[in-house]
Design a protein. Sequence first.
Length: 215
Amino acid sequence: MRARARFCHPSAFMETLAYSMRVPFICGLERPRSLATVQRRVSFPHGFRLSSIGPSMARMAQTNGYKPSRANSQEVLNAAWEILDEFNRNDVKGLEQPSLETPDGVFALGASVLAAIEASRTQDGCLPLLGICADNCKEALATLQRWTKALNCDFCMPQVIDSKHDLNSIPGPVYVKYNAHAKVSYLQPYAGKFRGVIVQIGQKQVGHLPLYLFK
């Protein structure tokens, strides 16, 4: 898969930035063979270079062999929110999600979530809230583990809000509410039709994002 030439439209920039910053846990996609190769194929706005979006992203990038340079993080953040806002609009209207149709689109979505959460963490001191709607308890717990790992948050085993069941006996769909700041999570039966992850980032909410956005 090759990175195509992109120019200064924020969505295109975020897509190529995300492609270059590929880390193994997003949907199991392979990262580019060479950062320099991606840079040669991309026209960045205002002299941008491939860079980190925040401290956590920088650590992940360096762990995977990338040494990000400085960039205008606000423009990157704006591009990330453009992707997330478009996803929200489509979700509310029940429309197809173009960002889920290609590997690069999925990766850009995951990178946008990381960017927005990292900015909220560093600028406002806010940690995310997660709402997970899954087909069963096993899927919900696996999703919570993947997401907390990806977001660099502490995993905590959910408390069951149902005196009739424990984690091993709840039948059917469940809902998990996770608070990264309080380091608590709760699980209860769920009768709704939605499946996915709702993320509260500061004052904004995004979702329903794919359960398997992070592997």
